[in-house]
Design a protein. Structure first.
Length: 252
């Protein structure tokens, strides 16, 4: 059959490399095991095996920085460390204000609640996350829950910040591979002159018109299909609110 579903990370990369970006035609490499181990030792965690293998094989591939950014191992930090860097300025905001005003500030922004707690009690407000990726303008950050890594989770979920801060996170993907597909979804949008559809009826009609498996393409998450006969790539994102976006791209 000409239609290939459930593409692996490597198969998606091979499709996206058929775009017009000249740097995608160059040889690329990953990071060394030593670089990744140094990051693990600095953070006091062990990264999931899938993540480590991807970074060692494809970590320096331009796909990882064309829209959203996968952090280099040396750039990876925890949310607690980032919060510690800024906490003093928020403490200063609370100085000299009335108790009533301080209470209002704490209700509006959890960072002020953190100011009033020792770091060892921050988990009352927020967990610590190991950040492996960010949006290119810093709108969101994504990473693993530190507790998952410390507890030896083999293929843990990836979480994303939701309030343009480093306090409130929600799960975006069940594992690293599924998260990478979100990164590749945005890369498809950037690399190709895509057709995009965000109305459910139009999406279903487009899938039907191209004889695609609607159930596979509208599963929760990001779903890829490569049609080798027409040389097209189809990518459909569906979130937990049943919102969908379909991209179609003509491969070269």
């Amino acid at each position: 059959m000409s239609k290939k579903y459930d593409l692996t990370v490597l198969e998606i990369l091979q499709c996206l490399q058929r775009g017009e970006e000249p740097e995608f035609k160059e040889d690329f490499s990953g990071f060394s095991a030593e670089e990744i181990q140094q990051s693990e030792e600095k953070l006091g965690v062990v990264f999931p095996e899938f993540y480590k293998q991807y970074m060692m094989q494809y970590g320096r591939h331009p796909i990882n920085n064309i829209q959203d950014k996968l952090c280099e191992p040396s750039e990876i930090e925890s949310t607690y460390e980032y919060l510690l860097e800024d906490i003093d300025s928020y403490i200063e905001d609370l100085e000299g204000v009335s108790d009533e005003e301080a209470k209002k500030m704490c209700e509006e922004n959890d960072i002020y609640r953190l100011c009033q707690l020792p770091k060892e009690n921050w988990n009352i407000i927020t967990d610590d996350y190991i950040l492996i990726a960010c949006e290119n303008q810093g709108v969101w950050n994504a990473g693993y829950l530190r507790k998952d890594l410390e507890n030896g989770a083999q293929d843990p979920p990836v979480y994303i910040s939701t309030n343009d801060d480093l306090i409130t996170f929600t799960k975006i993907a069940d594992n690293t591979e599924e998260f990478l597909k979100y990164i590749f979804f945005m890369s498809t949008w950037c690399l190709y002159d895509v057709q995009s559809f965000d109305e459910k009826d139009k999406i279903l009609n487009t899938l039907k018109k191209n004889n695609l498996d609607i159930e596979k393409m509208t599963d929760l998450g990001v779903n890829f299909c490569n049609d080798s006969e027409t040389n097209e790539l189809f990518v459909c994102l569906k979130d937990k609110n049943d919102t969908m976006i379909l991209l179609t791209a003509q491969l070269t």
